[in-house]
Write a protein that binds this ligand. Structure first.
Ligand SMILES: NC(=O)C1=CN([C@@H]2O[C@H](COP(=O)(O)OP(=O)(O)OC[C@H]3O[C@@H](n4cnc5c(N)ncnc54)[C@H](OP(=O)(O)O)[C@@H]3O)[C@@H](O)[C@H]2O)C=CC1
Ligand SMILES: O=C(CO)COP(=O)(O)O
Ligand SMILES: [Zn+2]
Length: 350
């Protein structure tokens, strides 16, 4: 008997463009969401756009909860606030942290949520996953994607340029993520989706082809990047896992978050990780220099020094990254310190 099923969850309304935040209320009305909105945000996005978002729901007496860390405690706080304030739906405003937290909280509460990204910094904007660290490990938890995404390029273009280059690097890292996924399929029989893999690679390809149009201060850059982030998130939703966008380069980044927290941002870390894991996949004559050059063209870091991370921390993260989660990658069950120094040195990362 044929027994396969596919359930792909995607947002219904995706608005990207100049000033679209003014249409947030309209985008929500279309979804038949009712009741009191709870705005889930972090300090900077709340200062920048919190009032603008709340104005969109002036008749519904919006409540707000400000979270500072991506953690299970923050998710609990949002759930408690939503119950106490009798929220009808959640509005996530900010970078990857508040969006991931709202995604998980709304899933738990059985409430819809809408994402209003303030930074084009990560591809979790529409993905059906939440990425939350806990102790020594990192959980990628299935959670319904937002019902709508309202990405105002006027806001995104004013965000620090580094956040946009981080989003580009998160997309460029799809190249190695898909290589790791295929490897896991061949060696460990991990289920692979041709559609999701192809979409993820195509998204990286298109972003790299547009690199010359991605420039600081140009609103069009935010538009190009956020559309790529949406596309990469759709690949994750098709796959039903973060595999199309997260391989060994992400394990490396998650490990850096543990051992050198707050030193560099997610997208920049995965970009540098991708240079090294590409080297591990294809060797000295492989495409690692193409990844490095693509990152350099959009101003993203390509070395430990540019990340602000010490060389020995990079080596430690590389040798221990495989312990972060049960996800087979080119790192296998761990690489030696000698191998880590070799790859980091040969690629010019340290
Ligand atoms: N679920 C998924 O599929 C995915 C999840 N992720 C997750 O997303 C996170 C990374 O996303 P990222 O956006 O870097 O994380 P953050 O939400 O922590 O944002 C990064 C920084 O940017 C600040 N910020 C946000 N918007 C603006 C703005 N407009 N102007 C100035 N500063 C701003 C934030 O301020 P403040 O400090 O006030 O918050 C924060 O300091 C990680 O936790 C990662 O694991 C990444 C990819 C995919
Ligand atoms: O960052 C991500 C994809 O870019 C999410 O992946 P993780 O499952 O590794 O958290
Ligand atoms: Zn990522």
């Amino acid at each position: 008997m044929f027994d396969k099923t596919t359930w792909i969850k995607l947002p219904r309304n995706v608005l990207v463009g100049h000033g679209v935040l003014d249409q947030l209320g309209e985008a929500v009305d279309e979804l038949y969401l009712t009741g009191r909105p709870l705005v889930v945000t972090s300090p900077t996005p709340n200062d920048l756009a919190g009032d603008h978002v709340r104005e969109q729901f002036a008749d519904a007496d919006p409540a707000t909860v400000v979270v500072e860390t991506a953690s299970f405690e923050s998710i609990e706080r949002v759930i408690d606030t939503a119950e106490r304030e009798d929220a009808g739906f959640l509005v996530a405003l900010g970078g990857g942290k508040p969006i991931d937290i709202a995604k998980m909280a709304s899933d738990h509460l059985n409430l819809g949520f809408v994402a209003v990204p303030t930074a084009a910094s990560h591809d979790g904007i529409v993905s059906g996953r939440s990425s939350i660290p806990e102790g020594d490990s990192r959980h990628s938890v299935a959670a319904d994607p937002p019902l709508a995404v309202v990405a105002d390029t006027e806001i995104l273009a004013k965000a620090p340029w580094e956040l946009t280059t981080a989003g580009c690097a998160d997309i460029i890292s799809n190249y190695t993520a898909v290589k790791d996924w295929r490897l896991a399929n061949r060696l460990k029989n991990v289920e692979y989706s041709e559609y999701a893999g192809a979409l993820s690679e195509l998204t990286a390809e298109m972003l790299v082809d547009s690199a010359d149009s991605i420039k600081k201060g140009h609103e069009e850059s935010a538009w190009i990047v956020v559309k790529a982030l949406v596309s990469s998130g759709v690949a994750m939703s098709i796959a039903g896992s973060s595999r199309p966008a997260s391989g060994a380069e992400h394990l490396f980044s998650h490990q850096l978050d543990r051992i050198a927290p707050g030193e560099a941002i997610h997208g920049h870390q995965v970009g540098v990780g991708s240079i090294m894991t590409e080297y591990l996949h294809t060797g000295a004559k492989g495409q690692w220099a193409d990844i490095r050059d693509a990152l350099a063209r959009i101003d993203a870091p390509t070395t430990a020094a540019e990340l602000g991370i010490a060389d020995e921390v990079v080596v430690e993260a590389l040798t221990t990254a495989h312990t972060i989660r049960d996800r087979y990658t080119i790192l296998g069950d761990g690489i030696t310190e000698e191998a880590a120094v070799e790859v980091a040195t040969r690629t010019g990362v340290i």
